[in-house]
Design a binder for this molecule. Structure first.
Ligand code: AMP
Ligand code: GLY
Length: 431
């Protein structure tokens, strides 16, 4: 197979994990990361491109003879970076804008699920001009809770679980009037509330077929015991015991494969990572949401577990020959603990010096997320989620213990992390 010169778009912990795996591949000749972070700088060359300027990205790709572009975050995918680059003959790992609508528009995702019998919560969607009907709907509602969602991308801020009428009216007011939500709220989706434990299933597709990669459990809330506001994710572990082999096979048949077939049938083949967020309800697994990329921090436990060359997988997905490769996953468990800045997911202070980042070992790694390098060479905090400590173990318990042991040497003012990452998995294993 031809050696690749690769441009990776993104700069979080997910992209550091991707960069480490990509550079391990014998198929990777050279890696550029834009914007990258101090962690990815050790894997390749960080390049500060303006990611809103697709022409600037294309110029760079041509100048550096790049053969494959890997897009980490959802925004450039939903904005059509894949379409733009593919129209100029560049191979891209990541769905087109029309396919990324599975994440970029919740009403689109719901329509697909309804049309193709993919299990999910019942819903109604409302256009902006019909918002007065949302109010009527809320006034008449008897069964609580309900879930109000902005249709578009809202950086995790567009979902409101409403216990009663006054919660729902308040959520509606935020969706209508909060300037940070108005772009995402051109439509509003109201969903039935689903009760259960959540799990994330990751598959890769070439537009025709799909293959399951891994299942993991995220920890979305800031506080231990799943309390407090939602975050981008405070930790992950996998494989999650919530889904055994037959449970995963069921999700493949009931959700993943039907979704890929549905998109192909609609004339918008889905290429790249399909991430299904699922609720394990008493009626069986139901889709909470689709995402069109790797999860962050789930990616940080998936990639170290992946034994198949990630570049080979990406090329097969981009070139439509995923049927020619088989995917193999390590049998160990992986746990990732996110170290965050105090105040996250609210306002945080940047620039705090980080010390004691341990070297990578065979069974532990530290991925950079919100860090930067100061003028005097210190690694300092530069965001809400700062570092991701990942460890592997023969058992889930060992991987958790190892992650918490490795992070002990790391220090920065106001460092915060959850102490119960993976606990739900341990509880389930001891049942
Ligand atoms: P989403 O961005 O759609 O994944 O929603 C964010 C989080 O809100 C999910 O991870 C769930 O914890 C919760 N959530 C969303 N929709 C529902 C629902 N219909 N029932 C229960 N919880 C939900
Ligand atoms: N960990 C949740 C996400 O990446 O959306």
């Amino acid at each position: 197979m031809e050696h690749q010169r690769i441009l990776l778009i993104g700069g979080g912990g997910r992209e550091h994990a991707l960069a480490v795996s990509i550079t391990k591949s014998p198929l990777c000749d050279k890696l550029f990361i834009s914007p990258g972070n101090p962690g990815t700088a050790a894997c390749g060359e960080n390049i500060p491109l303006n990611l809103r300027d697709f022409d600037e990205i294309l110029d760079f790709i041509r100048q550096k003879d790049i053969t494959l572009c890997v897009i980490g975050p959802e925004k450039p995918l939903v904005d059509g970076l894949t379409d733009f680059l593919e129209s100029h003959g560049i191979s891209v790992f990541g769905p087109t804008a029309a396919a990324a609508k599975l994440e970029g528009s919740k009403s689109f995702a719901k329509e697909i699920m309804q049309k193709y019998d993919i299990p999910t919560a019942g819903y109604q969607s409302f256009e902006k001009q019909d918002w007065h009907l949302v109010q009527k709907y809320i006034e008449k509602k008897q069964k609580w809770p309900i879930v109000l969602k902005a249709d578009g991308l809202a950086a995790g801020k567009g979902v409101f679980i409403c216990e009663n009428k006054s919660d729902a009216l308040e959520a509606l007011d935020s969706l209508q009037n909060d300037p940070s939500l108005s772009a995402a709220s051109a439509k509003i989706v109201i969903e039935e509330f689903m009760e259960g434990e959540e799990v994330s299933v990751f598959a890769v597709s070439d537009g025709k077929i799909s293959k399951i990669l891994f299942q993991a459990q995220d920890h979305k809330r800031i506080g231990e015991g799943d309390t407090g506001p939602n975050t981008g994710g405070m930790g992950a572990y996998g494989p999650a015991p919530l889904l055994d082999e037959s449970g995963l096979a069921h999700i493949d048949e009931a959700v993943i494969k039907p979704t890929i077939r549905a998109m192909a049938k609609e004339g918008i083949p889905y290429k790249g990572i399909l991430y299904a967020g699922l609720m394990m309800t008493t009626e069986g697994p139901k889709v909470v949401e689709y995402n069109c990329r790797f999860g962050d921090p789930e990616c940080q436990v998936i990639l170290p577990a992946l034994k198949t060359d990630i570049v080979e997988i990406m090329l097969a997905a981009a070139n439509g020959n995923l049927d020619e490769i088989s995917i193999s996953i390590a049998k160990e468990y992986y746990t990732c603990v996110v170290l965050a800045s105090e105040g996250y997911p609210g306002a945080i202070e940047k620039g705090r010096v980080i010390t004691g980042i341990p070297d990578t070992t065979d069974d532990s790694f530290v991925f950079h997320a919100g860090t930067s390098q100061s003028e005097n060479g210190n690694i300092v905090t530069n965001g809400g989620r700062v570092l991701n400590v990942v460890a592997k173990g023969d058992t889930l318990k060992k991987s958790i213990e190892q992650a918490y042991s490795v992070l002990k040497s790391i220090q920065f003012d106001g460092m915060y992390y959850r102490r119960d990452i993976g606990k739900k998995g341990l509880d389930r294993l001891s049942e």
